[in-house]
Design a protein around this ligand. Structure first.
Ligand SMILES: Nc1ncnc2c1ncn2[C@@H]1O[C@H](COP(=O)(O)OP(=O)(O)OP(=O)(O)O)[C@@H](O)[C@H]1O
Ligand SMILES: [Mg+2]
Length: 328
């Protein structure tokens, strides 16, 4: 079956500098795909490139993005405007900032729906009611009659998800939708995002720093570092048997509930630039780096079906055991 989203060799950045390079992944219909990585590794840039948000300053300089059989780079601004919001939607970390804080949700949802469909206020209201019901959200009337400034961050986030869902898009791009929320609300929002797939068959690309959120939600995951994907595959395989030292370090850095001390974080900072001639971008921070890593070209190795990684050392079978010792 053709995938809903095919990103192939994507290069994108700002002001003439590529921040994302050679990024390739696919998302099937109804799939939840996670993207994880430290701050600045290019997660949001990938989403903004797919969403083609000119106001964000992101420029796609190479590769292809094919959504539902259409080459997104070939669409006119008007075609893209029609696609955005109806078939392809984005939910941001702090969604209330993308809504007018002093305009009632009722009015804002009507305007959103009206921009894609000729519809009466009553029908638009009913459409929102139906999404709220499917997502199991209560208090519909009060929320519709409130302005975003009158609602909690968690409730605004859920309104944003409902608004993104109202046109029943095929794909939602969610950029850290739970980061600003407390753990209980986080868990509710995660459940609601999962419900989208169940009730609407929606595909979701979710970016998160939280490996727990990704492990609960995503079917497949990509670990990004320095603008590239360094490991990718089925979430259970990648998180239970991480092959790239960076993935291991990320997992190791997750605090354990019953631990007396916090785990040591990864020392150093991710690179701001990731040139092709720099070899493995993680080499300067990698406990298992050999001299040759510094000159290796980026390439993905297949570990098994649904599991790929980009580490020259891990790719050498005999060295991999040492890698596990050093990095675990
Ligand atoms: N509008 C912009 N103009 C110039 N550079 C930008 C812009 N937005 C992001 N960048 C740079 O692009 C790189 C990737 O940023 P991006 O926002 O994609 O990272 P991220 O992985 O989403 O990080 P975070 O987890 O902090 O959200 C960073 O070096 C960042 O400084
Ligand atoms: Mg980001």
């Amino acid at each position: 079956m053709d995938k809903l989203l095919n990103v192939n060799g994507l290069r994108a950045g700002y002001g003439g500098y590529d921040k994302v390079k050679d990024v390739s992944f696919t998302v099937a219909q109804g799939e939840i795909f996670g993207i994880v990585g430290e701050s600045g590794c290019g997660k949001s840039t990938v989403l903004k490139a797919v969403m083609h948000l000119p106001a964000s300053g992101v420029v796609v300089t190479g590769g292809s993005i094919v959504f539902d059989g259409r080459d997104l780079k070939a669409l006119s601004p008007e075609e893209f405007r029609r696609l955005r919001g109806s078939e392809l939607c984005m939910v941001f970390q702090n969604s209330s900032s993308s809504m007018n804080p002093i305009r009632k949700i009722k009015k804002q949802s009507y305007e959103t729906i009206k921009s894609h469909r000729d519809i009466s206020k009553t029908d638009a209201y009913d459409m929102m009611a139906s999404v709220f019901e499917k997502l199991g959200l209560n208090d519909f009337k009060r929320i519709m009659n409130s302005c975003p400034y009158e609602l909690s961050g968690g409730m605004n986030q859920r309104v944003a998800i409902a608004l993104a869902m109202v046109m029943e898009p095929k794909l939602i791009l969610a950029d850290e939708p739970t980061s600003a929320l407390d753990v209980t609300t986080q868990s509710q929002v995660v459940d609601e995002l999962r419900l989208l797939r169940e009730k609407f068959g929606t595909s979701v690309v979710i970016v998160s720093h939280n490996i727990g959120v990704i492990s609960k939600m995503a079917d497949n995951v990509a670990i990004m570092y320095g603008g590239r994907i360094v490991e990718m595959g089925r979430t259970d395989k990648v998180l239970k048997n991480p092959l790239h030292p960076y993935t291991r370090a990320l997992i190791k850095a997750v605090p354990k509930l019953n631990a007396e001390t916090l785990p040591a974080g990864l020392e150093g900072n991710p690179p701001q630039d990731c040139r092709a001639d720099m070899g493995c971008a993680f080499a300067p921070r990698c406990a298992f780096c050999s001299g040759e890593c510094k000159h290796m070209e980026y390439s993905m190795t297949k570990a098994e079906d649904d599991h790929y990684f980009a580490c020259a050392m891990a790719a050498k079978g005999e060295d991999y055991g040492k890698c596990a010792v050093v990095c675990q």
